[in-house]
Design a protein around this ligand. Structure first.
Ligand SMILES: C[S@@+](CC[C@H](N)C(=O)[O-])C[C@H]1O[C@@H](n2cnc3c(N)ncnc32)[C@H](O)[C@@H]1O
Length: 356
């Protein structure tokens, strides 16, 4: 399941109930997943490829700027703020919804107090000049703003256009580009930094020169960028399911474009499916895997992600996984047939897995 999306969540159900009687052809669902209870297919903005599986809605990919800009004339826009992705992402979602409304249309948003409901209400007032709380359940507050006669499109555009860039010596001289809705958007994540330092020291010690480096759950690509700089002859494989992150990764690795294969998908494919993926990286060929796994993934999903390494690792291959709690990831690596050692550094655990 995609992090932050649960069809049975009390807040999602509040949103669904509010829209249950509306003509779904006029409904824009902004990053809320498939809302249960709609009378038919709506238009839905999706951030992650996993949201496309089995979708009956008309799905618009979050990395498709022109398609997003063309969204107009909706009677309702429902926003589900995914708190772990940050306030800037929630604001951009509200802005996408507000921009797409027709006069008289309504912007809906559901959030808990602890997850910033008041700042979202303030943002709705900034965009449309009004907000009303129309229902509450299990700590959630369902908020509604109506596009009456005032809409701040300049502000909406400003929130939609937010972009970030940061540089890190260990990632080479070029900036890493990022945007709301992706992990580690303003700076290098601390866990990623620890993992890079650890792998760099290991590579010095053993004289590592991996032929194929995999970055599983690559985000905007700091680990694969590090690998491109540190192992300048390695073939690079990056896997990421977030569409916006994957699109940024492609830009962030432009310098190593000829060596890079990017698969925008849910984890590693089963080997039988590998021939259908492009890029020519074969099962059994990964000599070094680097992983900073999703912290909000459910236990089963995380184990499955790491278990998927098994058929891709080369004999004698090595993997490094950085986590804040080792248990689940260690289990996934054991299920992948690896020998696992753990080292603790600066509040993180780095799991070293090897396939003898
Ligand atoms: C903790 S972030 C790490 C990102 C990057 N490696 C870094 O160090 O900054 C985990 C990433 O895994 C991605 N992800 C989560 N589940 C995934 C899946 N099933 N398949 C591929 N990527 C996934 C998320 O979108 C997120 O970008």
């Amino acid at each position: 399941m995609t992090e932050g999306l649960r069809a049975d969540d009390a807040g999602v159900l509040l949103l669904s109930r509010a829209l249950a009687t509306v003509d779904p052809r006029g409904v824009l669902v902004v990053h809320a997943g498939a809302l249960p209870g709609l009378r038919g297919p709506a238009t839905r903005i999706v951030l992650d490829v996993r949201e496309l599986v089995g979708a009956r809605d008309r799905c618009i990919r979050a990395d498709d700027g022109p398609a997003l800009a063309a969204l107009r004339d909706f009677s309702d826009a429902a926003v589900w703020p995914r708190a772990h992705l940050g306030k800037d992402f929630s604001f951009a979602c509200l802005a996408l919804g507000a921009r797409a409304l027709r006069p008289g249309g309504a912007l809906w948003c559901c959030a808990r107090k602890q997850k910033g409901a008041q700042s979202l209400a303030d943002a709705m007032v900034a965009l449309l000049g009004n907000v009303e709380t129309v229902a509450r359940d299990e700590g959630y507050r369902l908020m509604k703003s109506v596009f009456e006669d005032q809409r701040d499109l300049a502000l909406a555009q400003q929130w939609i256009d937010v972009r970030y860039a940061f540089t890190e010596p260990v990632l080479g001289p070029l900036p890493m580009h990022a945007a709301p809705g992706v992990f580690s958007r303003r700076e290098l994540d601390d866990g990623t930094r620890q993992l890079i330092a650890h792998v760099a020291a290991w590579a010095d010690r053993v004289g590592a020169a991996p032929a194929v480096v995999l970055d599983l759950c690559a985000g905007i690509g700091p680990l694969v960028r590090f690998a491109s700089v540190r192992f300048e002859h390695a073939r690079l494989l990056a896997i990421e399911s977030n569409l916006v992150a994957a699109s940024l990764l492609r830009d962030n690795l432009a310098d190593a474009r000829d060596r890079l294969t990017l698969w925008v998908r849910d984890g590693l494919p089963p080997p039988a499916q590998a021939s259908r993926e492009d890029g020519g990286v074969a099962p059994g060929s990964v000599s070094l895997a680097l992983v900073n796994p999703p912290t909000h993934a459910e236990r089963g999903a995380l184990v499955a992600l790491l278990r998927g390494l098994r058929p891709w690792m080369a004999p004698g291959g090595d993997a490094f996984v950085v986590v804040s709690r080792a248990g689940v990831s260690s289990e996934g690596l054991h299920e992948a047939g690896a020998h696992v050692d753990a080292t603790t550094v600066a509040g993180y655990t780095i799991l070293y897995a090897h396939w003898p």
